[in-house]
Design a protein around this ligand. Structure first.
Ligand code: ZN
Length: 165
C-alpha cells in the first residue's frame, strides 16, 4: 500500500491533484484533504573556545561527511526539549538553548520536506562527550578552518553564527 493511497478518514482511495489552491492527496468520497507539512528539526550549533562541534554522520544522507548534530522534533516536545534530547543522544552532552539562530527550508529530502531550525546551545562540561549511534565520530573544528559541510542549510547556519560574532 502506497503512501496516502487510501483515505485515513473513510478508507476510500485518495486522489492526488489540485484542490483548494495546491496539489494534495484528497478523498473524493468524504472530501477530506490530507495535508502534509514539513518536519521541523533542531540543528545544533555548539561552540567551545572558538571551535565548532561537528559530527561525522554514520548514516545516509551524507554518511561519512561532517555536519551539525541534531534531528527531528518528536510529538509532545518543544524545540528546546528536542535540541537538548538530540544533543544528549548524539554527543552525551547536557546543554541549554541560548538562542534560535535562523531557519532553513530543504525540499524533497529522503525524509520529505524539512524545516531546519538552527539552535545555538551552551555546554559547560564537555568531559563526558561521546558519539551516539547517529555519529561515527565527534570533533571540534576551528571556526575558520572547517571541513566540507554536508548540507547547505548547515553551512548557512554556521555562516550566520560567524556573522553574528
Ligand atoms: Zn475519505
Amino acid at each position: 500500500m502506497g503512501y496516502l493511497e487510501y483515505c485515513s478518514h473513510c478508507g476510500s482511495k485518495n486522489q492526488y491533484g489540485f484542490i483548494d489552491g495546491n496539489n494534495r492527496y484528497h478523498c473524493l468520497s468524504c472530501n477530506t484533504i490530507h495535508y502534509e507539512n514539513p518536519k521541523p528539526t533542531a540543528t545544533i550549533i555548539c561552540v567551545k573556545n572558538d571551535e565548532l562541534l561537528l559530527a561525522k554522520r554514520a548514516f545516509d544522507p551524507g554518511k561519512g561527511e561532517w555536519g551539525l548534530p541534531g534531528g527531528f522534533m518528536e510529538l509532545n516536545e518543544t524545540l528546546n526539549e528536542a535540541a537538548m534530547r538530540e544533543l544528549k543522544e548524539e554527543t552525551n552532552l547536557d546543554g541549554k538553548v541560548k538562542n534560535i539562530l535562523s531557519t532553513c527550508s530543504h525540499y524533497g529530502s529522503i525524509f520529505g520536506d524539512i524545516l531546519l531550525i538552527g539552535v545555538e546551545m551552551v555546554v559547560t562540561d564537555f568531559s563526558n562527550m561521546r558519539a551516539g549511534d547517529d555519529a561515527e565520530e565527534l570533533q571540534f573544528f576551528n571556526l575558520n578552518n572547517l571541513p566540507e559541510i554536508v548540507f547547505d542549510c548547515h553551512s548557512k547556519f554556521i555562516n550566520q553564527y560567524k556573522g553574528n560574532l
